[in-house]
Design a protein around this ligand. Structure first.
Ligand code: GLA
Length: 382
C-alpha cells in the first residue's frame, strides 16, 4: 500500500442492552470493539476526493464542494453522505485521497456508522475543522438519516466515538448525558463473541424504518387516548410518554403498537438494571438481562431473521455463555455473546455444529470472531 500521511481507525460497536430504543430517545449501552474500519488518506488541495475500498469495487471520485445530493446506491454514498452533513455546517475546500478497509464481514456491527465517522473525521482534518466527539456523532448520524435514509438514533455513532477500553458506555439518548463505567471488581473475565449468520443486507431495505414509525404511532395513540397534544411524527418519541400512561392505555391500543411500546419500556428497565449489575460486578445478572432483551426483540419488537433467532436459540442455554442477543437492528448479520473464556472452544464448536446443521447454505459465509472492547474512533500514529 502507498504511504499516507493520516490513518483513522473507527471501531465497530456492540450493544448488549438498549436495542431499538435510541430512535425513541431511550437508554442504551455499548462497547466499541477492536475490529472496525481503517481509513488511510492524504489531503488534496484542489478539493478532489478520490477513494478506493479493499472491500468494494470501483473508485469514488467526487469534489468536496459538489452540492448535488444524488445517491448512487453504492459504497460511495457514505462518502457523499459525510460530505453532505459536514458541509451543512462548514465550508469545505480540501478533499482527501486514500483507501478504506473493514476488518470483519459486514452486518450488524454498524459498519455504516463506522465509515461515516471515519469520513467525517477525515474531511474535518483536511479542512482544519475541530469537532467535539458529540459533534462527530451528530454529523455522522445526520448523514445516515438524511442522506442514506435510515431513521436511526445515535447508539452506533456514540459507541464508536465515545467507547473506552474495558468500560461500558451508558448513554441517555434524550439528554445525551453519558457515563463510561468500569466493571465492578467481581465481574470476572469475559470475551465478546461475534457470530455471523452468513446473511447480510442493507437496513434501509429492511423493516427498520417501519418499526420506528410503529413506535411513534404507539406514542401518538397513547397521547390521543389521553387527550394530550400531539406533535408531528418526526418530533414524537416514546420517551416523552410516561410509563403510567402506557399502563393505562396499552389495552386499548392495536396490539402491534402496544408490543413496540412494551419493548421500549421494558428495555428502559433492563438497561437501568444492567448498569447496576455491571457496576456491582454481577455478570450473571448482566447476561440474563441481555437474553431477556433479545426475547423482547423477538416477541415485542418482532425483528430478527430466522437465522439470527436460530443462533440465539442455540447459544442461550450453552454453558459458559453469560448472555447474548442480536447485534444491532437484528434484521441481518450477527449475534453477540458475552462468554466465559474458559468455555470458548466448546461454545464455538456447539454453535458451529448446530447452526450449520440447520443452515448448511451458509457454510462459506458463517463465522465466529472473538473481540474485545477498545477506545473510540481515533487518528493512529504512523
Ligand atoms: C441499528 C441502528 C441503531 C440502533 C440499532 C438497534 O444499528 O443504526 O441506531 O437503532 O440498530 O438498537
Amino acid at each position: 500500500m502507498k504511504n499516507y500521511a493520516y490513518h483513522i481507525f473507527a471501531p465497530y460497536r456492540v450493544c448488549p442492552l438498549g436495542a431499538h430504543v435510541d430512535h425513541q430517545h431511550g437508554l442504551v449501552s455499548g462497547f466499541a470493539i477492536d475490529k472496525g474500519v481503517d481509513l488511510w488518506f492524504n489531503i488534496t488541495e484542489d478539493g478532489s476526493v478520490r477513494l478506493t475500498s479493499h472491500s468494494f469495487t470501483g473508485e469514488v471520485n467526487i469534489r468536496i464542494d459538489d452540492k448535488t445530493r444524488v445517491k448512487e446506491g453504492n459504497w460511495g454514498d457514505y462518502v457523499r453522505g459525510a460530505k453532505y452533513a459536514l458541509s451543512k455546517r462548514f465550508v469545505l475546500q480540501h478533499g482527501i485521497e486514500g483507501e478504506i478497509t473493514g476488518s470483519l464481514p459486514i452486518g450488524g456491527l454498524s459498519s455504516s456508522a463506522a465509515v461515516l465517522i471515519a469520513y467525517v473525521m477525515a474531511f474535518a482534518k483536511a479542512n482544519a475543522i475541530t469537532l467535539t466527539k458529540m459533534e462527530v456523532i451528530k454529523i455522522a448520524s445526520e448523514a445516515e438519516r438524511e442522506y442514506i435514509g435510515l431513521n436511526n438514533g445515535i447508539l452506533d455513532q456514540a459507541c464508536i466515538a465515545l467507547g473506552e477500553q474495558g468500560k461500558l458506555l451508558f448513554l441517555d439518548t434524550a439528554t445525551e448525558q453519558y457515563r463510561l463505567i468500569e466493571p465492578g471488581e467481581d465481574l470476572g473475565k469475559y470475551e465478546i463473541a461475534i457470530i455471523f449468520s452468513g446473511l447480510t443486507r442493507s437496513l434501509v431495505n429492511s423493516d427498520y424504518n417501519l418499526r420506528v414509525s410503529e413506535c411513534k404511532t404507539a406514542a401518538w395513540c397513547m397521547q390521543a387516548y389521553k387527550e394530550q397534544p400531539i406533535r408531528p411524527l418526526d418530533q414524537t418519541f416514546l420517551r416523552d410518554v410516561p410509563l403510567e400512561m402506557y399502563e393505562e392505555t396499552k389495552d386499548r391500543m392495536p396490539a402491534r403498537f402496544a408490543r413496540r411500546a412494551e419493548h421500549f419500556y421494558s428495555e428502559y428497565r433492563r438497561v437501568r438494571k444492567g448498569v447496576t449489575a455491571w457496576e456491582s460486578g454481577n455478570m450473571e445478572l448482566f447476561g440474563q438481562l441481555i437474553k431477556q432483551s433479545c426475547e423482547s426483540s423477538i416477541h415485542n419488537y418482532e425483528c430478527g431473521s430466522p437465522e439470527l433467532i436460530a443462533i440465539y436459540t442455540i447459544l442461550k442455554n450453552l454453558e459458559g455463555v453469560y448472555g447474548g442477543r442480536f447485534s444491532g437492528a437484528g434484521f441481518k448479520g450477527a449475534v453477540i455473546a458475552l462468554v466465559d473464556p474458559a468455555y470458548k472452544k466448546e461454545v464455538e464448536e456447539s454453535i458451529t455444529r448446530e447452526y450449520l446443521a440447520q443452515y448448511p447454505e451458509y457454510k462459506k459465509t458463517f463465522g465466529i470472531y472473538w473481540v474485545h472492547s477498545t477506545d473510540g474512533a481515533r487518528f493512529v500514529e504512523a
